[in-house]
Ligand binder design. Structure first.
Ligand SMILES: Cc1cc2nc3c(=O)[nH]c(=O)nc-3n(C[C@H](O)[C@H](O)[C@H](O)COP(=O)(O)OP(=O)(O)OC[C@H]3O[C@@H](n4cnc5c(N)ncnc54)[C@H](O)[C@@H]3O)c2cc1C
Length: 449
């Protein structure tokens, strides 16, 4: 078997792995190898909206938005209700404005604050995205191109990691430490030995067995993530004593278009969009839940679906999003002249529709020409995973950490807390890129434990 020796071996070249490799390789004396299952199949960061949550960025300051890592952390904990994870969430929030400024100012990727991106539980605008809202694909292509320009990094594609290499930890002989991994390329095994191994292979949402084991309450949702999220790291981390945490929690989405699988802009409820079930019952306050929490409400409706209706003004306010462009291109959004025409198209009696469309206190009435789509619930990524400390080390039940190993992104516990309803928008990429940044920054200074 071919053997390779590096300083840092990274399993997974998505949001967390790429950021960990970028930050580590700022130290030119370190050799970094990233082994990626398949960029052809893609990572969730590729198909994401690419919205980066960060509190206290230069862009926010220049837009006159007062925010800070502390405020960001407080918002997340208020959504998740999970005080136990506060130190980890705080550490992720601390680094978020640093890597957002770095991506924009140092690397030169076009970013702006999404003042048009209101979200449940977000006290000020803090999602950052490119002005054209192209989604995560261009961002990841840009970061991978930057990685490719580094002489001390090898990115090995179509080379899935199969297992971790371990040995008894000299400092704690009854426990194992990690000394690299075995990957596979073109049917050949490669042994990659490393001082530090980073596991960044995301969650298990595309593994039906693991979803049944950990998150059976979600029913049979539409799956909106990539094929590579098969939870490979579960089998690697379990024997090392990983404590599975909040495994039922997912990044769910309650604005997935039925029969098309595209999503509509999560800002629509704030632009006045109305939701009703097949009987015309306005079963929820549209602004009371984020899109992840809304998924459970839609799952509980007849046919696990709901009709969303909005007018021309709401359309104008929300059209600048890749989600709306995708949904329009897919033919998922239809138009109606008025409520009577809508009733004919969707089969909900006129009286029930008119009642559902009646403006509620504090909301703008939807009027004139209407747009509508049937929505269902979906799962985008899992949010549960191995418990990690603020340095992204795996914490065993006795409080000890696994030597030689760092874990981040969807392979580790996220920031949603015990339930999908606690997911804060932008939390997925923040947990991934934040962990990558924390890991890389420490490794670049020579810390190895
Ligand atoms: C449709 C959609 C929209 C989203 N929008 C947003 C958003 O706007 N903002 C936000 O914050 N979050 C968003 N998310 C969530 C976010 O994309 C994920 O939380 C984030 O990408 C997780 O990062 P990661 O590095 O853990 O995983 P990924 O980005 O998925 O990267 C994991 C990588 O590991 C590789 N891999 C898997 N197994 C192996 C193996 N055995 N060996 C080697 N490599 C392996 C995969 O191929 C992949 O490249 C969205 C998710 C989806 C699906």
């Amino acid at each position: 078997m071919e053997t390779v020796d590096v300083d840092v071996a990274v399993a997974g070249g998505g949001a967390c792995g790429v950021m960990a490799a970028l930050r580590t390789s700022e130290n030119p004396d370190l050799v970094v190898a990233v082994f990626e299952k398949s960029t052809r199949e893609g990572c969730n960061a590729d198909v994401s909206s690419g919205s980066l949550a960060a509190g206290g960025t230069r862009l926010q300051r220049e837009a006159g938005i007062e925010d800070s890592p502390q405020q960001h952390c407080d918002d997340i904990i208020a959504n998740s209700g999970d005080e136990m994870l506060r130190p980890l969430v705080r550490a992720l929030c601390e680094v978020a404005p640093r890597y957002v400024d770095w991506i924009g100012d140092t690397l030169g990727y076009p970013l702006e604050v999404g003042v048009d991106m209101p979200r449940k539980g977000m006290s000020v605008p803090r999602l950052h995205a490119d002005p054209e809202r192209r989604g995560g694909g261009p961002l990841m292509a840009f970061l991978r191109a930057e990685l490719a320009s580094r002489d001390n990094v090898a990115f090995v594609d179509e080379a899935p990691v199969r297992r971790l290499l371990t040995e008894p930890d000299p400092e704690h002989p009854r426990q194992q430490r990690v000394i690299g991994f075995v990957a596979e390329q073109n049917g050949e095994a490669i042994e990659v030995r490393a001082t530090t191994t980073v596991v960044a292979t995301d969650g298990f949402a595309n593994n039906p067995d693991l979803m049944r084991r950990f998150a059976s309450g979600l029913g049979t949702p539409f799956y909106g993530g990539v094929s590579t999220s098969t939870g490979d790291s579960i089998a690697w981390l379990e024997p090392l004593g990983a404590q599975w945490t909040h495994m039922e929690a997912c990044l769910r989405h309650g604005q997935v278009t039925l029969g098309h699988g595209t999503r509509v802009n999560p800002a629509l409820p704030w632009a006045g969009a109305v939701l009703m079930n097949t009987a015309g019952d306005r079963f929820v306050d549209e602004q009371a839940f984020g899109y992840s929490g809304l998924a459970g409400r839609i799952q509980a409706q007849p046919g696990e679906r709901a009709l969303m209706v909005w007018d021309e003004q709401a359309m104008a306010e929300t059209i600048t999003s890749e989600m709306m462009r995708d949904s329009l291109a897919a033919g998922a959004i239809r138009e109606a002249e008025d409520v009577a025409d809508l009733s004919r198209q969707v089969g909900i009696p006129y009286e029930a529709l008119a009642e559902a469309m009646r403006p509620v206190a504090g909301r703008r009435p939807q009027q004139g020409r209407l747009h509508h789509t049937w929505l269902t619930h979906g799962v985008l990524t899992t949010q549960g995973g191995a418990l990690i400390d603020p340095r992204c080390r795996v914490v065993r039940i006795d409080g000890s950490t696994v030597s030689g190993l760092r874990v981040g992104g969807g392979s580790a516990v996220g920031t949603a807390g015990p339930d999908s309803q606690g997911y804060s928008s932008g939390g997925g990429l923040m947990a991934a890129m934040g962990a990558g940044w924390i890991i890389g920054e420490e490794l670049a200074t020579g810390v190895t434990s």
